[in-house]
Design a protein around this ligand. Structure first.
Ligand code: SAM
Length: 264
């Protein structure tokens, strides 16, 4: 199907060729049939052709017009598939999905790795009610997204994303399962809806988290020296930490308590 296709490295084109992996990704989502699945980067349609069997509607965004021939064959055979040939990052998602009358929305994708974080950021910014996302990302990036406090991969991005989602590492995919073979292995990660911690001032929480991780070797006392350290210390001690703790040890909820204490 993708014979003669010239893969574009700059678009993160590494297509899945192992059917078992494709099935495993799809099986990890508990898809309600009356749902919309959004796929970012269908490529040659490896995942798409299975997704259309799983739910009422599939909406895929592909930036590469040269995949038009391959993807339109699939689209013409399946009237529950819509493909938008455009840059996902430039779309108005709310407008794109406005016409779908469904119970729930899922995002399932083998992401173009050069824009993994911008894609997730966009999904968050659009404030769409998404039941679950199953995303394939670079292994190291997946480790970061799902890291626990105390792990060296845990940083401000981890805290930020875990504020919005329950993030779970599902499985590792060896790089030999792709064509062309990328430099690194991949990981499939699940993002599911969660009830957010209660914050008085969300912007302050994000600022505190970012600044806490600013200088990796420094303690909270140093990174947050411009804030009321007495208030911060009070929260830290209540949670069995102190001002000499480093940000990488501190759970999301404690950052929330610090931001709330500073907001009073
Ligand atoms: N889903 C296919 C698979 O698993 O075999 C292809 C995945 S490949 C890793 C990523 C796909 O995303 C490519 O088809 C690429 O052209 C597409 N892509 C890259 N940047 C994009 C963007 N900004 N918007 C939409 N699609 C994009």
């Amino acid at each position: 199907m993708i014979n003669n296709f010239k893969f574009k490295k700059n678009l993160g084109q590494n297509f899945l060729k192992n059917e078992n992996i494709i099935n495993k990704i799809i099986d990890k989502a508990d898809i309600n049939p009356n749902s919309l699945i959004i796929e970012i980067g269908p490529g040659g349609g490896a995942l798409t052709k299975k997704l259309i069997k799983k739910s009422k509607y599939v909406l895929a965004y592909e930036i590469d017009q040269e995949l038009n021939n391959i993807l339109n064959v699939l689209k013409n055979k399946n009237n529950n598939l819509n493909i938008i040939f455009d840059n996902f990052l430039n779309r108005d998602l709310k407008e794109d999905i406005a016409g779908y009358k469904v119970d729930s929305i899922y995002i399932i994708a083998n992401l173009p790795y050069y824009i993994t974080t911008p894609i997730i950021q966009k999904i968050i910014d659009e404030q769409i009610n998404i039941k679950q996302m199953i995303l394939m990302v670079q292994k190291e990036v997946g480790e970061r997204f799902s890291a626990q406090p105390g792990n060296k991969a845990y940083n401000s991005l981890t805290v930020f994303l875990n504020y919005y989602f329950n993030i779970k590492k599902l499985f590792i995919v060896n790089k030999n399962n792709f064509i062309p073979i990328p430099k690194v292995d991949s990981m499939v990660v699940s993002f599911s809806q969660k009830s957010k911690i209660k914050l008085i001032n969300e912007a302050l929480f994000f600022k505190i988290v970012k600044e806490s991780f600013k200088y990796k070797r420094k303690t909270i006392k140093n990174n947050l020296k411009d804030y009321d350290l007495n208030k911060i210390e009070k929260v830290l001690i209540e949670n069995n930490f102190n001002l000499n703790t480093r940000a990488e040890q501190i759970p999301l909820e404690v950052f929330g308590d610090i931001a709330n204490e500073l907001s009073i």
